[in-house]
Design a binder for this molecule. Structure first.
Ligand code: 3PG
Length: 208
């Protein structure tokens, strides 16, 4: 699957922090039930890699990738555990080389024109805008569309129910990323029904 296809799986990419691998499959189920078949599991916790592995092995309907991948070592670990794609908050030659070497798609994070150029010049047409609302949000994406007409973005960082349509209505935005749809408290409380509900609420909002 290429980065275009990955960013077209769902208008919303949940950015997930999992503290307990036992919650991974139930969270995946809750998201599928809510209509979302992609997960970005951030490499911020001990449970992240095992969670990616469990989902990759046991839930073929779910597309699972790693987030917060910041170097080649993290990239390798993520791929070894079954990550089908990688998101990073930033962009570096090391990450782009890892993507080619490990034959696993990278969606690098960018926040400036120079970083978009670095991505574009290395053949990466799909980036995360991070941190989206701080890095200029909708205005920055509109401004990028003129010089970088063939680049597409997944704004992440500060996206929520109230601004997701502002982002999704832009031509150069294929999806948004966010943690609002997978609150840590709901996961800790095993309140997976709430997460399904948040997905449904977001899709209702997108339809409007
Ligand atoms: C992150 O890295 O945590 C993501 O950018 C999510 O940002 P958010 O919590 O503002 O959705």
């Amino acid at each position: 699957m290429n980065t275009q296809a990955i960013m077209e799986i769902s208008p919303i990419v949940p950015v997930i922090v999992l503290d307990d691998v036992d919650n991974a499959l139930r969270l995946a189920d809750a998201l599928l039930e809510g209509g979302i078949s992609i997960m970005e599991i951030t490499l911020r916790t001990e449970a992240a890699l095992a969670s990616i592995e469990a989902i990759a092995k046991q839930m073929p309907q779910m597309h699972v990738g790693a987030g917060t991948v910041v170097n080649a070592a993290g990239y390798e670990r993520a791929v070894d555990h079954g990550a089908q794609f990688v998101f990073s908050p930033g962009i570096s030659t090391e990450l782009m080389e890892s993507s080619v070497r490990l034959n696993t798609p990278l969606i690098p994070g960018v926040a400036t024109a120079s970083e978009v150029m670095l991505a574009q010049n290395n053949g990466f047409a799909h980036c995360k805008l991070f941190p989206a609302t701080v890095a200029g949000g909708v205005d920055a994406l509109k401004a990028f569309s003129a010089p970088f007409g063939s680049m597409f973005f997944c704004p992440t960082g500060g996206v929520n129910l109230n601004n997701l349509n502002d982002f999704l209505s832009l031509k150069n935005v294929l999806c948004v990323g966010g943690s609002w749809i997978v609150p840590k408290e709901a996961i800790a409380d095993k309140n997976f029904r709430h997460i399904t509900q948040l997905c449904k609420e977001a899709f209702e909002r997108i339809k409007q």
